[in-house]
Design a protein around this ligand. Sequence first.
Ligand SMILES: NC(=O)NCCC(=O)O
Ligand SMILES: [Zn+2]
Ligand SMILES: [Zn+2]
Length: 463
Amino acid sequence: MTRTLITGGLVITAAEEMHADVLVENGRVEAVATPGSQQWTADRVIDASQKYVIPGGVDAHTHMELPFGGTFASDTFETGTKAAAWGGTTTIIDFAVQSKGAALRSGLDAWHAKADGNCAIDYAFHMIVSDVNDSTLKEMDGLVAEGVTSFKLFMAYPGVFYSDDGQILRAMQRAGDNGGLIMMHAENGIAIDVLVQQALARGETDPRYHGEVRKALLEAEATHRAIKLAQVAGAPLYVVHVSAQEALTELARARHDGLPVFGETCPQYLFLSTDNLAEPDFGGAKYVCSTPLRPREHQAALWRGLRTNDLQVVSTDHCPFCFSGQKELGRGDFSKIPNGMPGVENRMDLLHQAVIDGHISRRRWIEIACATPARMFGLYPKKGTIAPGCDADIVIYDPHAEQTISAATHHMNVDYSAYEGTQVTGRVETVLSRGELVITDREFTGHAGHGAYTPRGTCQYLH
Ligand SMILES: NC(=O)NCCC(=O)O
Ligand SMILES: [Zn+2]
Ligand SMILES: [Zn+2]
């Protein structure tokens, strides 16, 4: 296999920054050394001077081809993983879905079939459990043993993915025993559905009402309840897509009390707000996701949470639906707008912009986008860092390039950008996935099928 030498860049990991040369062989990092200190020969030399050399991003929350609201998320594993690579992400963890009444196994098999042979970068799976019962609880043990070590439960979406408190407690008890990690969509869906019906009855049908009925207090209440249920079960908890300051307060309190509780937020909650949901001519539908966008005041709390480590991970919750024909299903009734937003291509750049804006440090950027998601979901140090022995998933990042985010230039299979017109400094230049060039000087040089399924260990923050 090709031996690659990356010279002269600033290597940034969660732990340190150093000017170094990186030698890649057989898909792995062979060595990292002071520039010019070694007489290495290589088949290929990449000059990274004036550039950053960073670990490929690990996006721990994507939904390629997710069935939702009578349609499917518009990125396939092929289009979505190519777009991820363009944006400097080299591993995704997608959610396999259990259909109600079916076994976890058949959901997982279906997701393997969608992804197998189609991915441009490596991928793994979490499992959405929509039917907690004796047999699915037993199946969870087998999944943990084979590398699907995390399970998403929903306190929202009654009748679809929803689990009641008893089911949640039982799944948490099981995860506490088998080493799995429960990921919680924390919103009080029963109360929200009442508010949805009341809003529609008042004729409040526009997208902005999606944000009004999905109240911050109902995210906080569910977060609090999930924490208490996890505490009773003696299990760790990871709360996904935290958007409300009040929910973050619940997480911070639990962590202060020493509980193994973790939180993720997403770029949309850091950069967008209810102002977007209120865009005219049904434009707000582009920003309908759950948990919903919040008033701008919440952003400062989320940034603070990322700095203080009350939030540990930024994932995208990439779940794109085209405006035309998909988001439009909810014209006249916001509750029929498919929930989800595109973003897998934008995360690394938006978080680099946050470095420039002073919200986070460079190392924290790599920590929340690469190292911690890898550790949280049992992929470290194979993924998430640059060190001898780890997979050579490496991004050469130009921190000075200027770009304007736009649907006209992005690679996600969706007809709008949630960040249309946003100017950011910094851009992915070259991407290696296990030593193979996937993006070369801003040309796609990878192929669908290169990406390998990657079984995971258990959460590395617990032992
Ligand atoms: N987040 C969202 O709106 N759609 C994807 C499903 C989920 O993560 O709840
Ligand atoms: Zn969710
Ligand atoms: Zn999601």
